[in-house]
Write a protein that binds this ligand. Structure first.
Ligand SMILES: Cc1cc2nc3c(=O)[nH]c(=O)nc-3n(C[C@H](O)[C@H](O)[C@H](O)COP(=O)(O)O)c2cc1C
Length: 336
């Protein structure tokens, strides 16, 4: 494959969601092979000291590349952690041979461009059970589990632990400094989370019991300066997102990559069904709340991702977040 075609594939891979939009990856390409490395220079040492969420992000990028290659008519073999001597070398994708792209391959590849994290409240509408079964099966193909949080005691425990973790994070100056350093006010920014992509109101005032990560704490205008509240207005409809826990039996780099690949597949299938998602990973950032989630929900294995899913409000604008140009992340493989 020519470098120009790799540019398109890597362009698709880099549309992957990543924690704080850090885009912690770099790629090299030869004629028949693409390699992905985690970029340790884009780490989040406070939020993610083990690099778990960065490796998950890279796993999504691997799967987006596989999807883009399939739509371009290439069957790919993926080897995870191909180099025992280099832990940053996360994946090798080898072109096995030409295939006829299926309608599903093309649909999923088209979804790569349409998927965005949607943090605004969703419509109060349930997701089809059949679709949830399908997503569960897709995640299972990567050895990952996909568990909608449906029982009310599970929901109460999960909401509580997210709130607890969010509170701990908002009280941690090092966490806040790191978060601030990835928040972007320039709409042309090529990385980080744009302020337009995060709701400007207080996350605790949203018509939802799920607390989204507060990216703008400390910079939000005082409540008194906001729009006047009409006491006669009907209360806003409370969203009823489907909240899903994804996890793996083990908890090492291989499991994180597989969780990321499963997440990538789940997000693209959901997008092509008109469903949006946002991650709610605060409770998984902290070992204590992550461990309590395991015990409170009697989970077998390790939670890797908490996803809030639903139908976005019709016509609501969605702010896309920036991406670094491909030539910043893709290099030809050096000889030898
Ligand atoms: C592992 C992981 C964890 C994430 N955690 C959160 C989170 O806790 N809260 C949130 O609002 N977004 C979260 N995100 C979403 C990223 O902020 C988002 O993907 C990134 O800003 C790029 O935006 P996009 O998804 O619209 O392309 C997470 C994404 C990943 C991959």
């Amino acid at each position: 494959m020519e470098q120009q075609e790799w540019t398109q594939v890597v362009g698709a891979a880099t549309k992957a969601p990543s924690i704080h939009n850090t885009q912690p990856w770099r790629f090299t390409a030869t004629a028949d092979q693409l390699d992905l490395y985690v970029d340790p220079g884009r780490a989040l040492p406070v939020l993610d000291p083990t690099g778990r969420q960065q490796v998950i992000s890279c796993g999504v990028a691997v799967e987006f590349a596989v999807v883009a290659l399939a739509a371009a008519g290439w069957l790919t073999e993926v080897e995870l952690l191909p180099d025992a001597g280099d832990g940053d070398h996360l994946a090798t994708l080898r072109l096995i041979g030409p295939i006829e792209a299926t309608a599903l391959d093309r649909e999923l590849a088209a979804a790569i461009d349409h998927r965005h994290t949607v943090r605004d409240p969703f419509q109060p509408r349930d997701l089809p059970a059949q679709l949830l079964d399908r997503l569960q099966a897709e995640a299972g193909a990567f050895g990952a589990w996909f568990k909608p949080v449906t029982r009310s005691e599970e929901e109460v425990a999960t909401v509580f632990l997210i709130d607890r973790a969010e509170e701990m994070e908002q009280g941690d100056p090092a966490y806040l400094a790191e978060l601030q350093s990835w928040l972007r006010t320039d709409p042309a920014a090529v990385d980080g989370v744009p302020v337009e992509a995060v709701p400007s109101g207080d996350p605790h005032q949203r018509p939802s019991n799920w607390t989204i990560r507060d990216f703008v704490v400390g910079t939000r205008p005082h409540a008194a300066s906001g729009p006047a509240h009409d006491p006669d207005a009907p209360p806003p409809e409370v969203e009823r997102p489907t909240v899903v826990l994804m996890g793996t039996d083990g908890d090492d780099r291989y499991d994180w990559l597989q969780a990321g690949r499963a997440l990538g597949r789940v997000l693209l299938l959901a997008t092509s069904a008109g469903i949006a998602a946002s991650s709610l990973t605060q409770a998984l950032d902290w070992p204590a709340t992550r461990a309590r989630l395991r015990t409170r929900l009697s989970l077998v294995g390790y939670p890797q991702m908490l996803l809030r899913m639903g139908y976005p409000q019709e016509g609501a604008p969605v702010a896309a977040s920036g991406r670094r140009p491909v030539d910043e992340v893709l290099a030809p493989a050096s000889d030898g």
